[in-house]
Structures are given as structure tokens and as C-alpha cells.
Design a protein around this ligand. Structure first.
Ligand code: ADP
Ligand code: ZN
Ligand code: ZN
Length: 803
């Protein structure tokens, strides 16, 4: 590289800094610095990290005033040329900062952290400060803040006796193991033996061992095989017969996999799907497929064989799986087919493990990346295909800056690599299915389960009816009976409780008062473990009150059904049953998720009780009953996708039963048995549901008929939040076409979070070429106030959550 100026995006997420800065490439970096590397640059009076995006020979600024790059943090670029363009596109299309977009694309370990310290230029005037320096040139900020008031420091800075200095450190950590290398010759070993006395039995053994095992091997292994200690070994080291060296190794979180699987003979519907995908791959066409296959139709096997095809052509593949289905079982299916060619990017891994997995991709040691959302940015350079499994999952949309949807990023990357994208699911989003029907996507239907196994029979239990019959428990009589049968037959049961239904709130039976968070507009949730009420949005918690804070009545109780409560009720009703409960509380520890599922798989429990996290991907042969305790939880959310989400969830959950020889049964308990999402889910009728839901979406002007953009304004002052939202609404009204529907200002469904009031304005539109421009102007207008964090404006294009 001969250019002498680098364009750098710096690590400061603020709107007035959201652009490129030019830096001189100093002589010692000429030739070493490459586009896509992280660098350390001076910025204002600080030193910060940045990414080199371009190199040029001319700057529009006065070249003599350019500052120089201080150092590079990488020897190999962390961003490929494709990712540099992708990051810029990402920032623009989601209205995010460049720096946020690039950081979203890289593993956490590559983020920079900054240490601040005070640098002594001459002897400080303040004696206390001078004493603290005690001959040193630097004092770390932490040490300083304990002893010296900030005022004193500011005065000294004015006197130019000291200055702040910033050091950039990064977190990428490599794992090393100690290796023992044999360096002595045989003659030298012999000479050493001759010196030894009879007592040195251990040394004799060790010499013999190294003569037999001259290859370099891990220290741990040497010690354990010789049952000896480091001290004993050190004698050989002192005689320069062996040497200890550090060797970098990859952490491998998925060690010890069993034998490989071979491709299965495909069923006709699978073969047709594979042929269609492979043909686009061979033609290098960036087309998108919707693989609509019922649960158990063999979608995963199609993915595996399509990936195999890509690998055989020397290409790579990305497979995205929702976080909660990224179970060890799922990972194993890929690992067992492709062995070491697979990297797994999963947030349950430690930061270091994730970094090592990412580096396997960067170093081209693997051809397949399996992972959750952010794996879409895997730095492959020769992609053959991208698969998004369970494409309907709402977690594929990032809710924080940059607010991207993985589907859009996949399509963008597919164009660059000229490779197909496959969206797989049993319950496509309405947007996706509508596109497939219009021919924008290629539709592949797989309506049958493998081996003609039938979908389990679904029955609906009307819980209102149960109540009328005097059944006040949380299990309908039919479900109770069905569970008992399974316990008797030693078959297994999965009981599913909706996450929303699991929130238990506290209400006074006398006055109806509910206990809410003082800072957020939401009821507190009762946690049995520590007998406290907690807010799910901020960290507020308080003890469970003994009397109603409003009327002092003692009839204050918690309502709703939490997993803990269900577990208790199960224990009472089925004292002999062994139960595994899976929820956020029992799976917090690393590896807990895996351990609980393993126990259930080994039939160490009869009932698996859990939230969302058990709805997907589980495949246990002895599960013959699936119960849904409160199907309504999602239906009551203030969200136009409530019915869609309910349908998806019920379908997914039902798919967990009877996947093998034993036939399965599903029981859904609900207070709204007549709701179409419940009825269509019972019949596994996606097309029926799609038709009905589309009618409603059209009538109420929602996606896929309209695009949405949600603007949320938050401020500590309620009036201010509302007023700004009103101004925005008016501006949009003025600048958008007459077809655009602009709603608001209205308070957000959760009106206050962490003490900030929230108002929103919703835009529904079909085609508004100026929308982004207008929104950018609005953001610019409020820039000063936003930078001080008083006012926050969130813009969410195609929002998945309307809360
Ligand atoms: P999906 O991903 O659509 O839910 P899977 O790929 O998990 O379906 O397949 C369901 C079950 O059928 C799995 O146990 C899988 O091993 C098995 N299976 C898939 N394809 C075949 C095939 N062609 N022949 C035999 N068994 C198959
Ligand atoms: Zn709160
Ligand atoms: Zn009360």
C-alpha cells in the first residue's frame, strides 16, 4: 500500500463525530497498515481506537495539520473489504452511527477499553499530588480519585504540570498452554544420567520418558503421565535438556464429539428442495428461497446437504439459528456432519471462546459458521449460501443500535457473493410468505413429516369451562389425566408456560391496587426465591409487602402463574413425578441449560416444565405429551403481531411431541378457545391462518400491506416528550406524501421506563422515497439536546416490538 492518508472511523458514538477522519500514515506503518485494521489515533486530547476504512493520497484538509496514526492493533485486518461496505450500508439503512455498526459486526473481545491516567510533566504545585506521584510519571485514574479532589487536578492541568493521558487496551485474549520441548541430545541425556545418584529415581524415569517421547507435548500431560511435579521436572530444565514453551491454542467449547453422520437418503420433497437450492448455487444467483416445511419435515437435513454441496465447491456457508434453539443438540447435528469445519458463534460461550471461534473463520480454518444473529457478519470471503432457520423469530431483529434485521443483511451479503439465501420455517412471517406468493422469493413447500409420522392431535381446553365446573387448579381435568397416564407408562411430558403468563404480579383483592415500579410504568413481578418484587425493566426491587400499600388490607396476593408456582402445583398433584424446571432462574449459570436437557434426555425426569426456551429445537423420542398451560399470554399484548406470535408459538410447541415412533398428543389450555390463532394452530393450518390474518392486516393497514416506522421520544419531562413527538408528527405530515399515515403522538404502551417518559409516532406507508431524508433532518435538528442525553429519539424502521 502506497497511500499515505487513512480514513478512520473513531470509537466515539456521537452524531457530530459520525464521519470519517483523515490521519497520516507514519513511515513506520507504511506497507504494514491495511484497510480494515484497528488503529490507535489521537483524538482531541485523547487516544482512541478506530477502524481504517480507506486509504487515499489526497485530503480535503490541510495535510500539514493532519495528525498521525499512533499504532495498529492488528497484524491482519479484522474487517474485510465487503464488511467495510456492509458496515456503511448498515449504518445508513438503520440510521445508526458508523462506529456502532462496525462494532456490531465484530466479536466483543475486539472492542477497545480506555484507561485514563494522569501524566506528570513537571513537579506539581500541590504537595499532596506531588507526594502521590512519588517519582512516578503516571498515576491511574482509580488510584487518583481516592486521594485527590478533581478540583486540584484541574488547577494543575491549567498550570501545565500534568495532563490526562488515555491508553487503549483491547480484550482479545489468547489461550496459551505450556509445552515441554526436548532440546538435549541423547548424549547430553546420557551425561546427565551419569551424574545422578541412586536416590534420584524419579529423574531416571523422566530421562527414560523423554528419550522415548521426544515430541513436544503439553506440560500437563508430561506431569500426569509421570505422576510427578513441576519441581522435579525443573531439574531437567536447569540442565538445558528440556525447555518450557508457550503455545497458543484455540479454546474449543465443543470438544469430544462422537462419530460422524453420513447424508441421509432424502425423501422426494427434500430432494426437490435441495435440487432447487443447489441449482441457484451453481448458477451463482443471489435468490431467496422460502423453505416452508412443517416441523419434522426434514428441513435441517436439506440444509446439511446444501452446505455439503457448497463445501465441495470450495465455498462457505452461514447458518443462523435463533439463540434459544442453538442447543447442544442442534450444534451437534452440524458438528457431526462437518466435524472441525464448523465454528459456533453463540452468546452462551465465554468472550474468549467466542473470539477463538471467530478467529477460526478469519483464519479460514472452517467453512461453516453456525450461530445466532450476529453470525451473519462471519468474515467469510467466499460464501456459497446463507441459511436462516426459523426465519419468523423476532430475535433476528436487533433491538439496539444498529437496529438491523438479519434477513436484510443476508440478502445484501448474498448479492455480494452471488449466492442463495434460504429462509426456513414451519410458520413464515406474513411478510415473507406474502413475498413468496408474489414470486419475490422462491417458495418451496414441504407439507409432510418424515416417515409419514402424523402431526400430534391437538385438543383445546376451555379454562373458563373448567372454572364453572369448580376446577380452580391450573390443570384442566383432561391434562391432569393425560399427565398421569404418561407417568404410569414411563413416557415423558413437556409443559410449556408462556413467558408473559409467567410474570406474576401482585394485586390487592380488596381495593384492586397493583404494585408497580416507581420508575417504570409496569407491574412488579413476584420472585419466590427471595420473596421480593422486581421490575423487569430496571433493577428496582422491594420486599413483598405484608399489607396493601394503598388500603392496608392483608388480602394482598400475587396473581398469574409463574414456573415456580406451577412446579409447586405439579409436585402436589403428582408427588411421584420427577420434574425439571427450565426458566431464566434455573439456566442462569453457564452450561445449566445443557445439563438440564441432558438429564431430561437420559430420562432422569418425567416432566420438563419451561418457558419459551423449551419451545424450539428439542427432539426427545419419549415425549408423547405436550401441554400448553396458558396459551393466551401473548394474545393480550398491545401488538398487531399478537395473533401471529400465538399461532407460531402453538405450532412450534406442538411440533415437540411424537417426533419418533410413539404418537404424540397436545393439550392447549386457554381462556379464548374461539380465537382464530388457536383454532388454526390446532389444525396445523398455516394457509388458513395466513388468509385470515392477511384480511385483518389489510383492513387495519399493517405489514405486509404497509411498511412501518416507529419513532419513540423519551425525556424525563412528560410534557417535553409529548411536545417533541408532536413536532415530529407535524414535520412528517408536511414532508411525506398524502398516502402516508402518520399516527401520534401517543404514549408508548409502557409509558415510563427508568424514569423517562415515552411517546411515540407511527408512520404507515407504501412508498416514501423522502422518509429517510426527513428523519435525518429531524435527528439533526435535535442533535444538541440528544448529545446531552436529555432527549432521546429512537427510530425503528420495520419495528418488531411496539412497546
Ligand atoms: P425439521 O428441521 O423440519 O423440523 P428435521 O430435519 O429435524 O426436521 O427432521 C426430523 C427428523 O427426521 C430428524 O430426526 C431427522 O434425523 C429425520 N430425518 C430427516 N430427513 C430424513 C431422511 N431423509 N430420512 C430419514 N430420516 C430423516
Ligand atoms: Zn423499573
Ligand atoms: Zn388494597
Amino acid at each position: 500500500m502506497t497511500e499515505k492518508i487513512a480514513r478512520v472511523v473513531v470509537d466515539v458514538p456521537a452524531s457530530n463525530i459520525d464521519r470519517f477522519f483523515d490521519y497520516l500514515i507514519p513511515d513506520h506503518l507504511l506497507g504494514a497498515l491495511e484497510v480494515g485494521m484497528r488503529v490507535i489515533v489521537p483524538f482531541g486530547n485523547r487516544t482512541i481506537m478506530g477502524y481504517v476504512l480507506h486509504t487515499v493520497n489526497e485530503t480535503t484538509l490541510d495535510e500539514s495539520r493532519l495528525k498521525a496514526i499512533k499504532a495498529t492493533l492488528d497484524v491482519q485486518p479484522v474487517l474485510t473489504k465487503e464488511l467495510i461496505d456492509l458496515g456503511q450500508w448498515l449504518a445508513e439503512s438503520t440510521m445508526s452511527f458508523f462506529i456502532s455498526s462496525f462494532q456490531a459486526m465484530l466479536p466483543q473481545a475486539l472492542k477497545a477499553t480506555y484507561d485514563k491516567s494522569l501524566h506528570r510533566l513537571e513537579e506539581p504545585k500541590n504537595q499532596q499530588l506531588a507526594d502521590l506521584f512519588d517519582g512516578r510519571d503516571y498515576i491511574a485514574f482509580d488510584e487518583l480519585s481516592e486521594h485527590i479532589p478533581l478540583r486540584v487536578i484541574n488547577e494543575e492541568i491549567k498550570e501545565k504540570t500534568v495532563e490526562w493521558d488515555y491508553h487503549v487496551t483491547t480484550n482479545e485474549s489468547y489461550k496459551f498452554v505450556q509445552m515441554v520441548e526436548v532440546v538435549g541430545t541423547e548424549a547430553e541425556f546420557d551425561a546427565y544420567l551419569a551424574e545422578l545418584t541412586k536416590q534420584s529415581k524419579k529423574q531416571f524415569e523422566l530421562v527414560q520418558y523423554f528419550l522415548d517421547h521426544p515430541a513436544t507435548q503439553p506440560l500437563k500431560q508430561v506431569l500426569s503421565e509421570n505422576q510427578t511435579t513441576r519441581n522435579t521436572l525443573n531439574k531437567l530444565k536447569d540442565h538445558q535438556l528440556i525447555r518450557l514453551v508457550k503455545q497458543q491454542v484455540n479454546r474449543d467449547p465443543y470438544q469430544g464429539q462422537t462419530e460422524k453422520t453420513i447424508p441421509l437418503t432424502l425423501a422426494p420433497q427434500q430432494q426437490a428442495a435441495l435440487d432447487a437450492i443447489v441449482s441457484k448455487m451453481d448458477q451463482n444467483l443471489p435468490d431467496t428461497f422460502l423453505l416452508h416445511g412443517v416441523t419434522g419435515s426434514g428441513k435441517t437435513e436439506v440444509y446439511l446437504q446444501a452446505i455439503d454441496h457448497a463445501i465441495k465447491q470450495g465455498k462457505e456457508a452461514i447458518v443462523l439459528v435463533p439463540e434459544i434453539s442453538l442447543t447442544p443438540m442442534m450444534v451437534e447435528r452440524f458438528k457431526r456432519r462437518f466435524g472441525d469445519a464448523v465454528a459456533v458463534l453463540h452468546s452462551a460461550l465465554s468472550k474468549g471462546e467466542r473470539f477463538d471461534e471467530w478467529r477460526k473463520i478469519q483464519k479460514k480454518q472452517v467453512s461453516v459458521a453456525v450461530g445466532a444473529r450476529s453470525a451473519i457478519f462471519a468474515p467469510f470471503e467466499n460464501l456459497g449460501m446463507i441459511i436462516i432457520d426459523e426465519e419468523h423469530e423476532s430475535t433476528y431483529k436487533q433491538e439496539d443500535h444498529p437496529r438491523y434485521h438479519v434477513r436484510d443483511v443476508a440478502k445484501k451479503r448474498a448479492i455480494y457473493h452471488a449466492c442463495p439465501v434460504v429462509l426456513g420455517t414451519a410458520t413464515p412471517t406474513l411478510e415473507t410468505y406474502a413475498r413468496a406468493k408474489k414470486g419475490v422469493y422462491h417458495l418451496i413447500e414441504m407439507p409432510e413429516r418424515i416417515n409419514q409420522s402424523v402431526m400430534p392431535k391437538v385438543t383445546i381446553q376451555d379454562m373458563r369451562e373448567e372454572l364453572h365446573q369448580g376446577n380452580r387448579t391450573m390443570f384442566s381435568r383432561q391434562l391432569k389425566e393425560a399427565i398421569q397416564q404418561r407417568i404410569d407408562k414411563q413416557e415423558q411430558v413437556v409443559l410449556f408456560l408462556n413467558r408473559r403468563g409467567y410474570s406474576t404480579f401482585v394485586m390487592c383483592r380488596d381495593c384492586g391496587h397493583t404494585v408497580e415500579c416507581p420508575d417504570c410504568d409496569i407491574s412488579l413481578t413476584y420472585h419466590q426465591r427471595d420473596h421480593r418484587l422486581k421490575c423487569h425493566y430496571c433493577n428496582y426491587s422491594e420486599p413483598m409487602p405484608k399489607v396493601c400499600p394503598n388500603c392496608e388490607s392483608e388480602s394482598i396476593r400475587f396473581f398469574g402463574t409463574g414456573t415456580e408456582k406451577v412446579e409447586e402445583a405439579l409436585n402436589e398433584t403428582f408427588p411421584e413425578a420427577r420434574i425439571i424446571r427450565m426458566d431464566v432462574d434455573t439456566t442462569r449459570k453457564k452450561g445449566a441449560h445443557e445439563r438440564l436437557l441432558k438429564q431430561f434426555g437420559k430420562k432422569q425426569a418425567d416432566i420438563l416444565l419451561g418457558t419459551q426456551m423449551i419451545a424450539k429445537g428439542l427432539d426427545f423420542p419419549d415425549v408423547t405429551l405436550v401441554g400448553v398451560l396458558a396459551a393466551d399470554g401473548l394474545l393480550n399484548l398491545p401488538d398487531f403481531r399478537a395473533a401471529e406470535k400465538t399461532f407460531q408459538l402453538l405450532t412450534q410447541v406442538s411440533g415437540r411431541a411424537g417426533r419418533h415412533e410413539l404418537t404424540g398428543e397436545v393439550i392447549i389450555q386457554t381462556y379464548t378457545p374461539e380465537h382464530y390463532s388457536v383454532l388454526f394452530a390446532k389444525e396445523y393450518d398455516y394457509h388458513g391462518f395466513f388468509k385470515q390474518e392477511m384480511t385483518l392486516r389489510k383492513a387495519y393497514q399493517y405489514p405486509p400491506y404497509y411498511f412501518l416506522t416507529l419513532i419513540t421520544v423519551t425525556h424525563e419531562n412528560r410534557l417535553k416528550a409529548e411536545e417533541v413527538t408532536r413536532v415530529i408528527q407535524k414535520l412528517l405530515n408536511k414532508h411525506l406524501t398524502e398516502q402516508a399515515i402518520i399516527l401520534g403522538p401517543t404514549p408508548s404502551p409502557i409509558e415510563r421506563i427508568k424514569g423517562r417518559y415515552r411517546f411515540q409516532c407511527m408512520v404507515k406507508y407504501k412508498d416514501e422515497p423522502d422518509l429517510m431524508t426527513v428523519l435525518r433532518k429531524i435527528l439533526k435538528h435535535y442533535e444538541a439536546e440528544s448529545n446531552k442525553n436529555q432527549l432521546m429519539i429512537h427510530i425503528d424502521l420495520n419495528p418488531q416490538q411496539l412497546m
